[in-house]
Design a protein around this ligand. Structure first.
Ligand code: ZN
Length: 585
């Protein structure tokens, strides 16, 4: 279960495609997504010329069974890891996570390759922090790997004999497989205390074993590049806001020194650099103009790590490598060049055609931070369905009916029955109703069933027919049109392949009191939305939840506790003018 929304994307050769992409994946509900990630197939499309293109976009990854809470972002946003970590903290804050054990793993992850690697490490029961240290050893044993900029090093698979890594590059087609013998890894894992000591001594600021409110575990943080890209972004922002910046500060000078150059700059950074150039022109800073110009058009650097510089003010890989603990790594790792057509591996190989949907382009930014609560709501519902389902029926009138005869009859009875005693006609009406539900997993009705002109189906007072006809595409969005009978509203859920009913008063609550009409999709989504709102203490719409509902949730699900955070308006503008309806499951 997750939240998917339609995104319009453009491939590098100019094709436009609408893709349904997830804002949230819940592995407990859709384990197949995890398998697809491991196969390197998730969020991947094949372009017209046969390339495998990875679509990178922000999404939230939850796996309540394995205690994983991951915020995944496109890999070009990795300079933003501190902001992303803060966002992750906000997302899980005040979510009653008592469905998970205390040692939940929170991570910010940049790119599908990093995500896949976390899953591979988890399956092999190795700590992801140890995996990053293995990479340091690999580079130590094969230093030529970092002579080409934009190295990606991923744990690909773990076998009985070895830990296999893939080395590939953002702007270069070369691939290598590096195998590290198991005994080397086992040795390190056994001596973990010593390894942690080594990290602590060499990297006081960037000790991955002791990260506070910082959830990026990746060896890239030992390159100065992400952090200086982040300063560039900060300076450009200040200039855009009309503020002045000090270009004589050490921080500014260091940034000029360590920023990647020329074609190594990400597209957004080129724009930000242009901003700085305009500033230098305006302030008539001739020398700075020259420096910025050189930066923009310079040749590539030899490496992203400044291994020849050893600057003392930044944490680099150099510091780690200069003082490696005793290991058997030297000369023991194997290295093979892979001859693959692009996109040939079962991992996420970077391709220049990859598509990025940045955090700024998220479909509904405010809503994105609420997705965790929604998914936790589903998990809580599943764990307590014996208690929650009868309450949803009693309090809100939610009932669902499957496609078997008995259940169809029960749904029809709520609308006054078939209004005929002819068993043959009733049999046919059931058949038409089954056809009307369609094949399932659709967000709208199937082709209208072929029905003889004089059939009882067409009787003006045959409610089930009207209920079907009025459900329509994205039925939750148009619940005001649903067929009403005696204070109840009837509709077909074409996704679940079920007939449904709910109290009209519940629809009033959804339409006038809750953040999203999506709550009308099904009782299941209703509970998740209600849960998300109930535990969002800052949401002004929370007051719309009736007192008896709040009381029940407090008693039976868990007490919502107030935070000391100042109240900020939410859900202000986002409900209107939605270009495309949201898709969640
Ligand atoms: Zn949902």
């Amino acid at each position: 279960m997750g939240v998917t929304r339609p995104y319009l994307v453009k491939t590098s050769n100019g094709e436009s495609k609408v893709l349904n992409l997830a804002d949230c994946v819940n592995i407990h509900r859709t384990p197949a997504v995890r398998d697809a990630i491991l196969k390197g197939e998730y969020n991947r499309i094949v372009s017209d010329d046969g390339h495998m293109i990875t679509v990178e976009k922000p999404f939230f990854y939850t796996d309540f069974d394995r205690n994983h809470l991951f915020l995944v972002k496109p890999r070009y946003e990795r300079h933003d890891w501190l902001d992303a970590s803060a966002q992750l903290e906000r997302m899980v804050k005040r979510v009653p996570l008592n469905i998970m054990t205390a040692d939940k793993k929170m991570r910010v992850i940049f790119g599908m390759g990093e995500l896949r690697e976390k899953l591979v490490a988890d399956d092999a029961s190795i700590d992801d922090r140890m995996v990053e240290l293995l990479k340091v050893l690999i580079i130590y044993d094969h230093p030529f790997l970092i002579k080409q900029p934009r190295l990606r090093l991923y744990l690909e698979k773990v076998s009985k004999q070895s830990y296999d890594f893939i080395a590939c590059y953002d702007h270069h087609p070369r691939n290598y497989r590096v195998g590290m013998p198991r005994k080397v890894v086992d040795e390190l894992v056994t001596n973990r205390a010593e390894v942690e000591k080594w990290i602590k001594q060499r990297h006081k600021k960037e000790n991955i074993f002791d990260l506070k409110k910082d959830h990026w575990v990746n060896f890239w943080r030992w390159s100065p590049v992400p952090s200086y890209l982040n300063s560039l972004k900060g300076y450009a922002k200040q200039i855009r806001e009309g503020k002045t910046i000090s270009v004589t500060d050490k921080g500014f000078k260091d940034m000029l020194k360590y920023l990647p150059r020329g074609s190594q700059l990400p597209a957004w950074a080129k724009k930000d650099l242009y901003e700085l150039l305009q500033f230098a022109k305006k302030k008539k800073l001739k020398k700075l103009q020259d420096q910025l110009f050189e930066l923009r058009f310079d040749r590539q650097l030899d490496d992203d790590w400044y291994l020849n510089d050893d600057p003392n003010d930044i944490d680099t890989l150099w510091k780690l490598m200069k003082d490696l603990p005793d290991t058997n790594v030297e000369g023991n790792t194997s290295l093979d060049e892979l001859n693959l057509a692009r996109g040939g591996g079962g991992w996420y190989e970077p391709d220049t055609g990859d598509i990025y949907i940045g955090s700024e382009e998220l479909f509904d930014k405010e809503r994105f931070e609420d997705v965790v609560r929604h998914e936790v709501g589903h998990a809580v519902h599943e764990a307590n369905d014996k208690k929650i389902n009868p309450w949803l029926k009693k309090q809100f009138g939610w009932m669902t009916f499957d496609m078997d005869d008995k259940q169809i009859d029960a749904w029809v009875d709520l609308m006054g029955g078939y209004k005929t005693n002819d068993p043959q006609v009733i049999k046919e009406l059931r058949k038409f109703l089954k056809a009307a539900l369609g094949p399932g997993s659709e967000w709208g009705p199937p082709k209208y069933p072929v029905i003889p002109r004089n059939h009882a189906w067409w009787n003006p007072d045959f409610g089930p027919r009207i209920a079907f006809e009025n459900s329509g595409n994205d039925w939750h969005e148009r619940n005001d049109k649903w067929y009403r009978y005696k204070d109840k509203a009837f509709f077909c859920n074409f996704y679940y392949q079920q007939f449904m009913v709910v109290n009209s008063s519940t629809l009033d609550l959804i339409n006038n009191g809750m953040p999203d009409k999506y709550a009308a999709t099904s009782p299941f989504e209703f509970f998740a939305e209600l849960y998300a709102l109930f535990y969002d203490m800052d949401d002004p719409m929370r007051k719309n939840i009736p007192k008896e509902v709040k009381d029940w949730l407090n008693t039976n699900v868990g007490k919502a506790t107030s935070s000391s955070q100042p109240k900020k308006p939410k859900h202000g503008i986002r409900r209107t003018n939605r270009a495309m309806p949201g898709r969640k499951r």
